[in-house]
Ligand binder design. Structure first.
Ligand code: NAI
Ligand code: MG
Length: 336
């Protein structure tokens, strides 16, 4: 099979981790054509647009997209994160974030959970305004039946596919009664379609605590946009941090895969950033394309490096990004 992969390196360490990942992908005997597109703050400075139409076209005409990271400056009026726009434009409604223990002392053992975050609405609806001469600020939290139903069904299907037995629906329906209340009610309806899977529900603040106290209890977690954003970063800290956290933004027709971390400005150009999160994002991308064997091998090659303590500094090792990449490439070559 041959695939067209749209590559959106973005800002900061985005281009570095993406380049390392492309070198890893090129080791595989699959025919991949890489099509580069611009996105992010540097692109905005150059063109006045952080997500140009040509980029949307490239994503549209590819089989899958690999995205690095972008810088989003908080103080430019009307500037909104292009990755949020990309998720909304292509209706990438499920943000899937696996979190699995690694063989390294930095990681807690026994964790194997998949966080599924609603990705197009909630508090990140981008519907904001100010009143009272800037002294009162309002952000709308939007929850729809359609938006909830599709992501919750996706979460139950992921549980089914991975032979997992439980889906935990995380909400704050005791306070945000209408919005997250609707999310919870829809979950109770969808759960009836999956009698073999147990649904439990948990209030978000308790979930934040339970993740630290007893993370082994979770299998699939599904939740609204901002809760999922925060809880998934928290969960990643249990297994080694943002250097490993990876994600897929998945809709009916498109998939965009990315590390969870941002552009980490302090690491730019230092050859220090851990590309492992982007390797794992590429693994999710290969699964999405149906290349399960190569997806597994990428993970295996990376875990072998980690087990041998051949890692970047954030995981306690002493390798730079390129050295780490080369170790993983060599492991992969041996496994092919
Ligand atoms: P960040 O994720 O860029 O960095 C936070 C810290 O995590 C870093 O200082 C570093 O210690 C660690 N870290 C991140 N990536 C790492 C890697 N690959 N290897 C090793 N350590 C790593 O988050 P921050 O500093 O809050 O935001 C920086 C910029 O990134 C902001 O402009 C923000 O808006 C943007 N951002 C973009 C995201 C995206 O493109 N999806 C997601 C999060 C933030
Ligand atoms: Mg985040």
């Amino acid at each position: 099979m041959s695939y067209k992969i749209c590559i959106l390196p973005g800002d900061g360490i985005g281009p570095e981790v993406v380049e390392n990942t492309i070198n890893l992908l090129k080791t595989l005997p699959i025919d991949l054509e890489f099509i580069y597109g611009d996105i992010g703050y540097d692109c905005y400075v150059k063109t006045g647009n952080s997500l140009p139409n040509e980029t949307l076209e490239k994503v549209k005409n590819s089989d899958a997209t690999l995205f690095g990271a972008v810088t989003t400056p908080p103080n430019i009026p009307n500037y909104s994160s292009p990755i949020l726009r990309l998720r909304q434009h292509f209706e990438l409604y499920a943000n899937v974030r696996p979190c699995k223990s690694i063989p390294n002392k930095i990681s807690r053992p026994g964790i194997n959970l998949i966080m599924v975050r609603e990705n197009t609405e909630g508090l990140y609806s981008r519907s904001e305004r100010v009143e009272d001469e800037g002294n009162r600020a309002i952000t709308e939290m939007i929850i729809t039946r359609k938006g909830s139903e599709r992501v919750i069904r996706y979460a139950f299907n992921i549980a089914k596919k991975n032979n997992m037995k439980k889906v935990t629906v995380v909400h704050k329906a005791n306070v945000l009664r209408e919005t997250t209340g609707l999310f919870l009610r829809v979950a109770q309806e969808v759960a009836k379609e999956f009698p073999q899977i147990v649904m439990e529900d948990m209030i978000v603040d308790n979930c934040a605590m339970q993740l630290i106290k007893k993370p082994e209890q979770f299998e699939v977690i599904v939740t609204t946009n901002m809760f999922g954003d925060i809880l998934s970063d928290e969960a990643s800290a249990l297994i080694g941090g943002l250097g490993l956290a990876n994600s897929g933004n998945i809709g009916e027709n498109y998939g965009v895969f990315e590390p969870v971390h941002g552009s980490a400005p302090k690491y730019v150009g230092l050859n220090k950033a851990n590309p492992a999160a982007t390797f794992l994002a590429a693994k999710l991308m290969l699964e999405y394309l149906g290349e399960n064997r190569y997806a597994k091998l990428i993970e295996k090659a990376m875990l072998k490096a980690i087990k041998n303590n051949q890692t970047t500094k954030d995981l306690g090792g002493s390798l730079n990004s390129i050295e780490f990449t080369n170790v993983v490439i060599n492991n992969l070559k041996e496994m092919l």
